[in-house]
Design a binder for this molecule. Structure first.
Ligand code: SF4
Length: 262
């Protein structure tokens, strides 16, 4: 795979250091409820060094609302792949206004990566892993280079690779917080009702999880929430949450190049 300008790769000591920090943070804070955990991380442990990564999808507003109540100036990283539903962009603007979010940063793939690897805009049909890599993974990695920690809204109830999710983990040399990891679908529904939060416009059309338009379909309520993502393929994650580097991988082969499997 040639032509990508890769962000700086974490070294072995950064990876092991983050794993040890995550373990210490879990021992100290993992019993905290979602909002308390967020508050500790935003105001104490990672003040000024942490960002929330948000899709502005079907359930994203719950975590955005929590963050806005603690500190509306928290950096929010939103990846605009160029393939999103226009409803998502409209919804983003509504949510930003309603919650008073002050620092939403829209990340995009570079025009070089797109013209080099996806000139017809249809690589999602031929190689969705490569499409996600250049439209999501690389833009996020570049943006995260300014932060020591990040926050996601993933939940174990979403199924698939998320069923074992911890609320504090180490990913590629950074700390990743998942304050809603233990939330059930009922918790999500209750939060929408209780807080009177705005729904994504596509939710009422059966979209229970919302990503890029070509790779998202409505799903029935009796399937997993993410059943409509990459429907008909074995792909279930875009890759932004999956560790690319492990201490053992770098120790055994410090010259390893990624992506080798795209
Ligand atoms: S979800 Fe689909 S369109 Fe979006 S980046 Fe991934 S493969 Fe491309």
């Amino acid at each position: 795979m040639n032509g990508f300008v890769e962000p700086t790769r974490p070294d072995h000591s950064a990876l092991t250091g983050a794993a040890e920090r995550a373990k210490a943070l879990r021992e100290r804070y993992s019993q905290l409820e979602s909002e308390s955990l967020l508050r500790v991380m935003l105001e104490m442990e990672y003040k000024g060094r942490i960002a929330l990564v948000s899709s502005f999808g079907a359930e994203a507003v719950i975590l955005l609302d929590m963050v806005a109540r603690i500190d509306p100036a928290t950096p929010i990283l939103f990846i605009d792949t160029g393939k999103l539903f226009h409803e998502t962009l409209t919804y983003r603007d509504v949510v930003v206004r309603q919650l008073g979010l002050m620092d939403v940063r829209t990340l995009k793939p570079t025009s070089f990566d797109i013209t080099s690897h996806d000139p017809d805009g249809k690589i999602w049909q031929r190689n969705p892993n490569l499409c996600c890599y250049l439209r999501k993974v690389l833009p996020l990695e570049r943006a995260l280079s300014g932060f020591d920690a990040w926050i996601t809204g993933r939940k174990r109830a979403q199924g698939g690779e998320r069923t074992e999710l911890r609320n504090i983990e180490a990913v590629d040399g950074r700390i990743c917080f998942n304050p809603l990891a233990h939330w059930s679908e009922e918790d999500v529904e209750n939060a929408f009702q209780f807080l009177n939060l705005p729904r994504h416009p596509l939710f009422n059309d059966g979209y229970n999880s919302i990503g890029c338009a070509p790779c998202t379909a409505p799903s029935s309520p009796d399937t997993e929430a993410r059943a409509g993502r990459w429907l008909g393929s074995t792909k279930s994650e875009c890759g932004i949450h999956q560790a690319r580097w492990s201490p053992s991988r770098l120790k055994n082969n410090p010259h390893t190049k990624f992506p080798s499997s795209l």
